[in-house]
Design a protein around this ligand. Structure first.
Ligand code: NAD
Length: 563
């Protein structure tokens, strides 16, 4: 018997037994619970999953009502979630989504962190981040291939394709930042990552993402330099503020080969700990005087970016990894902040041009061996794709599962739907013992407008045009996803991004096959069109290769006629 009323020790049920009236509802229920499993989410006691205060439900009563609603929802009804609270159930139709989610959205003029904080305090909204409030987080693995591909592209550009004999320095070992040490290690490098919270360092060690923890900066640096010299891959978490580590490096003229940051600087009130405060002191100040906290956090962020710039000028390959730290520092007067390049234009955009992005699946059986079976299937289907071949081999070797066993894979247009439909056949024939959930991060080719991250420096200057993620969400509803979400503020923070999510469960039925085939072709398809419209020739080529399944009547730079 599953006790759905528990708020601690939440674990999604596994196996083929249905608790809801259909697999669409059941998959949503299990993935919501998986986000709040202590092995998966960062702080389930406060319903925080990752990314600063990215939550899965607004309050515990709201969580209970979501669970009750999913348990009783009919197969021709749709449940509406408004910023983590269930607000309506409507008669729709069997092929419709079972859940529609809107998180953290604010009208443009009101889209500031201060206004969001005011509304959150009144209980009116919730920060959904990307996969937290849309119930498709899979632990640190969810970002690891993106981090790996970013570092691999950097290594190919600057260091002969490997990080062997190279030192990668960064800060932040949270839900997403925790992927940094393992990614650097997969590329044979040495990772030295600061985090001010020893519990986060321990969590990364427990989940196999980090090799060792150090209290002393000097000792951590010494061990890192020795491993770099020997060409041994190693990852070290050092318990300190980012600025303390960076200033030690500046003072001692130790220049990292690669430098970045993954503190949750997009949310300076919750995601960034000001210099000089430990976690408890920071919690106390945040509660007692939020304005003073924000002031101190922003001053520390400015200092942080000045330190990054100093090391960049000294020769470190430095990049922004999508936490909006440059903009926060720029607003504090660090006008050179944008001399640090963003990782999407520098390393990732060509993947988006091919419809590639953080596609993922989780097996509801709970059996790791079923993920390994699917790894084999993916290699059989796409073994001639070098990116996927390398990834599956490394993933199998290095990645430990958190909660429901899952896999991330940057599959492209035409690959995602083909794979998902084949898996659905395997569920149907009993080759897998329970359904499989397919979804993706919002950090994808067609699902986000975020001018300091995914849409930074678009060729045609369309960085802030947010029609695309809205069309993406609507298209996924029309295509029959089991749940679709539209959020604001993920990744780069309130005021800086709008983005959409989509999930479909493969339950072995013809209905699922149709949904998977439509959603996982159309969803990256609109991303390819978005990039072709912005003038990327690689996206245009990708689009032409798939012209039998989608048409683009009027896209590209010539179609945009000035008024
Ligand atoms: P998180 O909130 O889970 O973790 C943040 C970590 O930073 C915590 O461990 C915290 O202790 C640490 N920290 C805060 N201030 C610090 C300081 N001054 N010095 C040292 N450590 C400090 O966040 P997360 O999920 O790991 O995400 C990190 C950032 O990356 C967020 O801004 C998020 O939006 C962004 N992000 C990027 C990607 C990507 O693909 N590039 C994906 C998801 C999220």
């Amino acid at each position: 018997m599953v006790d759905f009323s528990l708020h601690r020790g939440i674990e999604a049920p596994t196996g083929p037994e249905l608790h809801c009236k259909g697999w669409g509802q059941e998959a949503a229920l299990r993935m919501l619970m998986n986000n709040l499993d202590a092995r998966v989410g960062e702080n389930p006691a406060e319903r925080i999953v990752y990314g600063g205060r990215g939550r899965a439900a607004r309050s515990w009563p709201a969580y209970d009502k979501i669970i009750d609603s999913l348990l009783t929802l009919e197969n021709d009804q749709t449940l509406l979630i408004q910023s983590g609270k269930p607000v309506g159930i409507f008669q729709t139709q069997p092929g419709s989504p079972r859940v529609l989610i809107a998180n953290s959205n604010l009208v443009g003029k009101w889209a500031t962190l201060e206004e969001f904080d005011r509304l959150e305090k009144k209980g009116l909204t919730m920060f959904g981040q990307m996969t937290a409030g849309s119930w498709i987080y899979i632990g640190s693995q969810g970002v690891i291939q993106g981090t790996f591909e970013t570092l691999a592209a950097l290594a190919a550009k600057h260091f002969d394709g490997t990080l062997r004999h190279r030192l990668y320095v960064s800060a932040g070992l949270g839900g997403m930042g925790g992927a940094q040490p393992l990614s650097a290690k997969m590329l044979e490098g040495v990772a030295l990552i600061a985090d001010v919270d020893s519990r986060r360092i321990q969590k990364r060690r427990d989940s196999g993402y980090l090799d060792m923890a150090q209290e002393s900066i000097a000792e951590a640096v010494r061990i890192a330099l020795e491993a770099k010299h020997d060409g041994r891959s190693l990852s070290i978490g050092v318990h300190c503020h980012a600025n303390d580590l960076l200033e030690y490096l500046v003072t001692n003229r130790i220049i990292p080969d690669v430098l970045s940051d993954q503190t949750a600087a997009h949310d300076p009130l919750v995601g960034y700990i000001p210099d000089g405060l430990d976690i408890e002191e920071a919690d106390a100040l945040r509660r007692a005087d939020p304005s003073e906290y924000l002031k101190r956090a922003r001053q520390s962020i400015a200092r942080h970016v000045r330190n990054l710039l100093a090391l960049q000028q000294a020769g470190a390959q430095t990049f922004d990894y999508g936490n909006n730290i440059r903009r926060e520092a720029f607003d504090q007067g660090v006008h050179e902040a944008f001399e640090i390049p963003g990782y999407v234009p520098a390393y990732i955009r060509d993947l988006f041009n091919q419809g590639k992005g953080p596609f993922r699946w989780a097996v509801l059986s709970g059996k790791p061996e079923e993920i390994y079976k699917l790894d084999e299937l993916a290699l059989e289907m796409f073994g001639d794709n070098p990116l996927l071949r390398r990834w599956f081999t490394l993933a199998r070797q290095y990645i430990h599962f958190q909660g429901l066993p899952a896999r991330i894979a940057y599959m492209g247009l035409g690959e995602r739907d083909a794979f998902a439909v084949k898996v659905n056949e395997w569920v149907h024939t009993g080759m897998l013992s329970a359904p499989v959930v397919f979804g993706r991060d919002h950090h994808d080719t067609g699902s986000v407008a975020s001018p300091y991250r995914e849409t930074e420096r678009m060729l045609d200057g369309s960085d802030a045009i947010a029609d695309w993620p809205i069309l993406n969400a609507l298209l996924n509803v029309a295509s029959g996803a089991h749940w679709v979400s539209f959020h604001h503020g993920g990744g780069t923070g309130i005021g800086y991004s709008l983005h959409a999510g989509t999930v479909v469960v493969a339950d072995g039925s013809d209905d699922s096959a149709g949904r998977l085939s439509r959603v996982f072709f159309n969803d990256p398809g609109i991303g390819v069109i978005r990039h072709a419209d912005a003038g990327y020739s690689l996206a245009e080529t990708t689009m032409k290769t798939h012209s039998d399944r989608m048409k683009a009547p009027f896209v590209g730079p010539d179609s945009n006629i000035p008024l």
